[in-house]
Design a protein around this ligand. Structure first.
Ligand SMILES: [Zn+2]
Ligand SMILES: [Zn+2]
Length: 435
């Protein structure tokens, strides 16, 4: 990955956004953040291990949500539970009036059998926090504890969102960030900006971010080619759905290679192809399923239209019928450029320039996109690889094991980002959404 180039540009950009000298956290507040982290560190790591040992799948995060609500309610947070099924929204009002910012953690685990030898490995067979959402939840909870201790000095409000089902809701259920937004998680009080992060197998102490598109829009499709069955030895009496489907799959390849701007990444994958009944029968029906990943809105619109046109024209050419089902599952996570520019100096200040890595957009998907579509968003990646390791296990693997030194660091980063964002919004104009 290319390092740092972006940070320089971003720092230049921030000067245009912020009046000089308006930074949220003064040295005294910064010291207090560090003291509170020191005080709470052991507890936060303990919570992370508990959540890791007791992973729960999407929309079933009952105990995780209970633990979080039980921690925050007695401290005076305004806590709403059962948001988007099992989500928790906890509002912390600072001692002084000001703008509102939100931060989101996802809580769900994956259907993976853990193979680590950790003393706190999953007790739930076949379920594991293999995507690090246990770290996300404990870092955001830790940030809530730290900021709560400092709330008298906070000008504004922080909403802590603990979201279910980032990895997707069970079949037939709604869930995740989309439902959190629909159920008003960002409305009451109305947030002016939203923050989120994901653990990433880069060295502890580094963060990765970039303005603009961070992850891809992920769409899914099901295409049914409807031909006409016949004897396998008398193809002229049928309409062969297998031949037509094969032609469609081949023609699809030209969408990315010939019609999409080569500098704007896109992926079209036909993941399954099913059809036919027997080796000597002309197939009446073939079903193609797959996924489309795009970064830009231009490609997002174009790929779908071209796919439909190819399906319509090829089936039409051979006298077959078709069904084209296309679902826009997840939008692209978009980092608001002004907000990103405003937050870059905070990250440089905390970590040092050499620990800032420019994020290269990836074709993975993340439902934080729904939150960042509702209000300006900033999403970054937190390094969790132990520098002693040559390579870390990737996300979703059964031996994924983030370095826990990232947890107090994550709390420190979020605490500063949120306070600086509150100060930035105040500086930009009286408490309204400033970015
Ligand atoms: Zn994941
Ligand atoms: Zn994840």
């Amino acid at each position: 990955m290319k390092r740092i180039a972006c940070a320089v540009v971003l720092i230049a950009a921030v000067l245009a956004v912020f009046p000089s000298g308006v930074r949220g956290v003064d040295p005294k507040m910064s010291r207090r953040i560090d003291e509170e982290i020191e005080k709470n560190k052991a507890e936060i790591v303990k919570i992370r291990r508990f959540i890791h040992m007791n992973p729960e799948l999407g929309n079933r995060e009952f105990e995780t949500a209970r633990l979080i609500a039980n921690k925050l309610q007695p401290l005076g947070f305004e806590v709403r539970t059962g948001v988007a099924k099992t989500g928790v929204v906890a509002v912390l009002r600072g001692g002084q009036a000001g703008p509102v910012v939100a931060v989101r953690a996802d809580m769900d685990a994956l259907p993976v059998q853990e193979t680590t030898n950790l003393p706190f490995k999953s007790l739930n067979p076949g379920v594991m926090h293999a995507c690090g959402h246990d770290v996300h939840s404990s870092v955001v909870l830790g940030t809530a504890l730290v900021l709560n201790a400092l709330k008298d000095g906070i000008k504004g409000t922080v909403t802590f969102l603990f979201q279910p089902a980032e990895e997707g809701a069970p079949e037939g259920e709604e869930g995740g960030a989309d439902l959190m937004v629909k159920e008003g998680a960002l409305d009451n009080p109305p947030a002016g900006a939203v923050f989120g992060f994901h653990v990433w197998p880069e060295n502890v102490g580094s963060v990765l971010f970039a303005p603009g598109n961070v992850t891809a829009a992920a769409d899914t499709f099901v295409i049914t080619v409807k031909g006409k069955g016949a004897h396998g030895a008398r193809p002229h009496e049928g309409v062969d759905a297998v031949v037509i489907a094969a032609e469609i799959v081949t023609a699809f390849q030209t969408i990315i290679s010939r019609a999409s701007d080569p500098t704007d990444p896109a992926v079209l994958t036909v993941g399954t192809i099913n059809g036919g009944a027997r080796r000597n029968i002309i197939a009446e029906r073939v079903v193609l399923e797959g996924t489309v990943r795009t970064l830009s809105e231009a490609n997002h619109k174009k790929v779908r239209l071209l796919m439909e046109s190819i399906v319509k024209n090829i089936t039409g050419m051979y006298g077959a019928d078709f069904q084209f089902e296309y679902k826009e599952a997840l939008p692209s996570v978009f980092n608001n450029p002004e907000l990103t520019a405003a937050m870059a100096p905070t990250l440089v200040k905390l970590l040092g320039k050499d620990k800032i890595v420019e994020w290269q957009p990836q074709m993975i998907a993340e439902d934080f996109a729904f939150l960042a579509r509702k209000v300006p968003g900033f999403y970054f990646f937190l390094g969790v690889k132990s520098p002693a390791q040559a390579a870390a296990a990737p996300l979703h693997s059964p031996n994924f094991s983030p370095d826990e030194r990232s947890i107090p660091l994550g709390v420190r980063i979020l605490s500063h980002l949120l306070l600086d964002a509150l100060a930035g919004q105040s500086a930009l104009g009286s408490g309204g959404p400033g970015f």
